[in-house]
Write a protein of this length. Structure first.
Length: 163
């Protein structure tokens, strides 16, 4: 077996997966989300500790306004449901997505279908959400549309998440 030489400084090497295929790394959408997260952290640091719900809400509403339909209408409705169900949550952006936090930790978030070019939007919860139920529970839901039944279920889940 030949000895492997270290890569020269400044050269790129590609990783391989377990199947032996070259990994392509992060998608452009994922890299954009990471850039948005970094920009959000910088903006929050510049605003300082005095920044409150109003700044976060402004950022979330701006992100929602950028979304194409039908995701925009769904995000607007979710925003209203979350605010009504858990007023203690603070709106903020998280990786360029509308999110809602308590004590600085994201509890739930909305991911537009268009952002990652998926066939459905999703509404998810982080590990800060109080949704533990047995040994397994859902942390994200696919959303194609919001009916009264879905709205009621989301409202109940958000309430439980912050309890």
């Amino acid at each position: 077996m030949a000895e492997r030489k270290p890569a020269k400084k400044g050269t790129k090497t590609s990783a391989t997966t377990a199947t032996g295929k070259a990994s392509q790394g992060f998608t452009e959408e994922a890299r954009a989300a990471m850039r948005e997260r970094a920009q959000g952290l910088k903006a929050a640091a510049l605003r300082g500790r005095r920044a409150g719900k109003a700044d976060g809400e402004h950022d979330v509403l701006a992100k929602i306004a950028e979304m194409p339909e039908p995701d925009r209408a769904m995000a607007e409705r979710l925003h209203a449901i979350i605010k009504a169900s858990a007023p203690a949550l603070s709106p903020r952006t998280w990786y360029g997505m509308p999110a809602y936090a308590m004590d600085g930790k994201v509890v739930c978030f909305f991911q537009s279908a268009q952002k990652f070019k998926t066939r459905y939007a999703s509404f998810g919860f982080s590990d800060a959400a109080n949704l533990d139920e047995g040994a397994m529970w859902p942390t994200a839901f696919a959303l194609e549309k919001l009916t009264a039944a879905e709205e009621a279920r989301i409202g109940a889940l958000v309430k439980k998440a912050v309890s």
